[in-house]
Design a protein around this ligand. Structure first.
Ligand code: HEM
Length: 487
């Protein structure tokens, strides 16, 4: 009996080991190049063992392969990815052959049953339902609606300045500062309330937002579909939304803003409660964390690079309105150097470090030396945004902060996004819905801070920043302490 059990167990184990070894031949069997994967771990042993963030292992393989291959085979544990390196292939996957590659593979991370609200965020959706949700959201981002956000952003920056003024005596953690600012601003726009993130120590909205973000980060780092949205936070945001809508319906003058768009879509499409909450929460969540991070890194880079800070201050001061106080919405969106600074910070610190696209049908892909390969239905292309942004072939001296690289004489920012080497917002049919909103949120705060303070990095902050081991977004381990000197 013992011998039978032992033989069965041995056979099962041998079968599993054989299955794993076959799995790792997925690319080599097709002659697709790439560094040899380690048994069981693939190319992500260190992140699997909790020693570093997965992006550094993706980056190692990217560096090994760049200049040699247009794409390589890459395994995160047992899952195979086509790691794309050549911008021409990126362009095909993201833009020209979008029909074949319209889905990403993040949808599997969210359970519709456990997180119905998150599952309706276009980022986590696929196929026609994704198309429908995205089409509902896009009209919320028109120039007129964004223009209405600008005065709210200016009001919020006043609170930001008051908040900083109280803390002038010692260096300040800008991560906290920036996410409190974005939380306050978006709460005013969506819920028509003062969230008191910049005026109170423990504001309720901020606490619930952090709880949800921690749930999402936790689920992504464990790479499993666990519940992300704590029920008490879901209930809190539902109450807030219902109250905002009730209040708006009572108003005689209804501004053509984000909330108005959400109410109009709800009425037109007879939204369920989950649909309504998902619209609100998509805008809230996608703005809150990513924009907070980019604002933080833009300020950090300006604090490290005094010449760039001076040059930006000169541009700002030269474009103030007649009262010498603010810059108009139209002007702020056209400030060239501000835009270069913004994109250079996004290049060095993209909040989303990679994205993916799932191949929907057999697709021919060009390899090195004229070889052609076939991607199959279900194969996944990985777009390593972080690595592309630090590739010296695309960006000379990639580690240094040089906004001038986006100067009009080099074709401006557009030349780099067109070549698919600058992808902080992704590209093609799935490009970030909130690009313009992010511009308003971040640029307004950068202008007010640079106008009012000289900022410098505290000497306790290390020069090299490390993304946290378990982070899904680009969140570094160091506390970014900044000195603010009133001008
Ligand atoms: C600086 C801030 C932001 C950055 C860097 C950023 C970046 C990105 C990236 C890289 C993607 C994936 C694109 C792809 O796979 O090609 C994305 C998707 C998305 N973003 Fe943003 N984002 C930002 C702010 C926002 C804001 C403010 C909103 C608010 C509406 C937003 C809403 C979305 C949505 C809905 C998607 C999913 C698009 C789709 O799959 O169709 N983002 N974002």
């Amino acid at each position: 009996m013992f011998l039978i059990i032992f033989s069965v167990i041995s056979l099962v184990i041998a079968g599993i080991l054989f299955g794993i070894s076959q799995r790792f031949k997925y690319f080599s069997k097709q002659g697709i190049p790439g560094p040899k994967p380690k048994f069981f771990f693939g190319h992500t042993k260190e992140s699997f063992l909790g020693k570093k963030n997965v992006i550094y292992e993706i980056d190692d393989v990217y560096r090994y392969s760049r200049g040699k291959y247009p794409f390589v085979g890459f395994f995160t544990a047992l899952k195979p990815y086509f790691l794309v390196i050549d911008p021409e292939i990126l362009k095909k996957v993201l833009i020209t052959d979008f029909k074949v590659f319209r889905n990403n593979d993040f949808s599997k991370m969210v359970s519709k049953r456990r997180d119905p609200i998150l599952a309706l965020n276009p980022f986590f959706m696929v196929d026609d339902l994704w198309n429908e949700k995205r089409a509902e959201m896009t009209p919320a981002m028109t120039k007129n609606k964004l223009k209405l956000i600008y005065p709210i952003a200016i009001e919020t920056t006043k609170k930001l300045i008051d908040h900083v003024n109280e803390k002038l005596t010692k260096p300040y953690d800008i991560k906290e500062l920036c996410s409190r600012y974005t939380c306050d601003l978006i709460s005013s726009c969506l819920f028509n309330v003062d969230a008191h993130c910049l005026t109170s120590d423990n504001p309720e909205i901020y606490d619930h937002s952090r709880k949800v973000m921690n749930g999402i980060i936790g689920a992504f780092s464990k790479k499993c579909s666990s519940q992300m949205f704590p029920p008490e936070s879901a209930a809190f945001f539902k109450r807030l939304t219902i109250e905002a809508i009730r209040h708006r319906n009572e108003m005689s003058f209804k501004p053509d803003d984000l909330l108005d768009h959400i109410i109009a879509t709800q009425q037109k499409k007879s939204f369920s409660e989950d649909d309504l909450m998902s619209q609100v929460w998509t805008i809230f969540m996608d703005s809150f964390e990513t924009s907070g991070l980019v604002l933080q890194y833009t300020l950090y880079e300006l604090a490290r690079n005094q010449k760039a800070q001076d040059k930006l201050r000169e541009e700002i001061n030269a474009n103030l309105d007649d009262e010498g106080e603010h810059i108009t919405f139209e002007t702020i969106m056209e400030l060239e150097y501000l835009d270069q600074v913004f994109h250079e910070a996004l290049r060095l610190h993209p909040p989303i470090v990679y994205t993916t696209r799932v191949c929907a049908e057999s697709f021919e892909i060009d390899g090195a030396k004229g070889h052609k390969y076939q991607m199959k239905k279900g194969d996944v292309a990985m777009i390593p945004i972080y690595s592309i942004h630090r590739d010296p072939d695309h960006f000379p001296h990639p580690e240094s902060f040089e906004p001038e690289r986006f100067d009009a004489s080099n074709g401006g920012v557009k030349a780099f996004t067109d070549r698919c080497v600058l992808l902080p917002f992704g590209s093609g049919g799935r490009i970030c819905v909130g690009v313009k909103l992010a511009n308003v949120i971040i640029k307004t705060a950068v202008v007010e801070i640079v106008k009012n303070y000289r900022i410098s990095v505290d000497e306790s902050v290390p020069y090299h920043l490390e993304i946290g081991i378990k982070e899904f977004l680009n969140v570094v381990t160091s506390t970014l302490l900044i000195n603010f000197q009133r001008l």
